[in-house]
Design a protein around this ligand. Sequence first.
Ligand SMILES: NC(=O)c1ccc[n+]([C@@H]2O[C@H](COP(=O)([O-])OP(=O)(O)OC[C@H]3O[C@@H](n4cnc5c(N)ncnc54)[C@H](OP(=O)(O)O)[C@@H]3O)[C@@H](O)[C@H]2O)c1
Length: 443
Amino acid sequence: MKIVGCPMNTRPKFNATNDSLFMGHRTSLFNVTNDMDFMRLALRLARRGYGATSPNPMVGALLVKSGTIIGRGWHHRAGLPHAEIEAFRDAEKRGFSARGATLYVTLEPCSMQGRTPACTDAIIAAGIRRVVIGATDPNPKHSGRAFEILGRARIKVVHGILNDPGTRLNEAFNHWIVHRTPFVTVKAAMTLDGKIATAGGESKWITGAQARAAGMELRRGADAVLAGINTILADDPSLTFRPDRNSKNREQKQLRRFILDSRARTPLNSKVATDEFARLTTVVISRHAPAMRVAALARRVNVLVAPENPSTGRGELDLRRLLKQLGSENITSLLVEGGGETNASFLSAGLAQRVTFFYAPKILGADGRTAVSGGGIKRLADAISLREVEWKKVGEDLMMTARVGAAGWERENHRPVIGRGAGKPLSAQSNSYGLEWGRGTVK
Ligand SMILES: NC(=O)c1ccc[n+]([C@@H]2O[C@H](COP(=O)([O-])OP(=O)(O)OC[C@H]3O[C@@H](n4cnc5c(N)ncnc54)[C@H](OP(=O)(O)O)[C@@H]3O)[C@@H](O)[C@H]2O)c1
């Protein structure tokens, strides 16, 4: 078996920015000569699956023979063929044989029969000579297996090529597959002094059209969105994915919607309870919620009875257990969209992995509502720290995205649950979380 590591200092000779060049497949004209160049193209293919592949990862693949791309593929949607198989089919359609070719694939090929046959078998059967892999399978049960299987079949394997962007591309999937809880992003649009609404609760719109479009893109990539009841009462948001009229992504993807509402105050005429996606709404209540209101809500939307968080003692819903339930429902990524109390609950409990904050060049002053409220942190040393911080200008506004907390935090608080039972729907276990799930499941 031959496994070769990534030449990390190799400088790419080619920066493919024009997709039409790529579409032609003939790459010799464009000097695509090394593994990093091809992997970069494969990553671009993988990104085409953004918002569509969950609960599977985004994956791209290229077949290359004598410097020419003879086939390309990406994973379009869960249940459809994997990227490698798409690339084989593409080559065949164009009259090329994959025998003797190099396969570039952004994620370690699957080695187990799942909903689709193992890709390692297909690679061996196709007579591939060399496989160049980006990121390693994050699932500890499978990680590295493909290298061994392909190596045993005397296929040369190179791995770790553009590992970092490949891993980052699927950070939500990677988190979910290891922890079995969704990857949580807290998103907020605020003034420069950190206010998300006026004292009277007015918040539409703090940021401009471009920032709001970027926020929509976040929804497109998420499986579910969550808001607190005060936000529903103040704004009556629809919390849907609404593609821009000019957007290439006009598909009708919709997300699940969750409302933290321990007392079942969600108005029966609110958008989340009455629009065409009401079946995707879940109002999360506590067992103390008034039965009449709960019954009325349960006729329109899903109602989930969640336990209260014993550590706060304030009757707040237990978010940690809620996240476990969401993970068991194959929700790999959750976008938390406020308001301030909700944002604070996720951030202060260490339950968010990423923040995306939009800053408008506006100031509201002391009476405005704070983006992250709650009890606050007394000592600077205890401040929630952000890393991998990126800033981008979007129209007049700034978009900041960052990972939350020290890497060590996740190790302490989220022990991986991989093992027996992981990967199966956990509905049978949901009682152990003290949760009840589904329309009319209220007691
Ligand atoms: N600019 C923006 O990006 C943006 C986005 C969203 C909202 N907003 C604004 O934010 C304001 C509302 O924010 P808010 O801080 O007052 O309230 P919120 O976060 O929308 O809702 C908080 C409420 O959710 C319920 N809840 C249940 N469990 C919870 C838990 N574990 N953690 C937190 N909340 C829990 C509680 O009500 P119960 O006790 O009744 O269950 C709590 O009072 C509105 O003015 C809205 O316009 C702005």
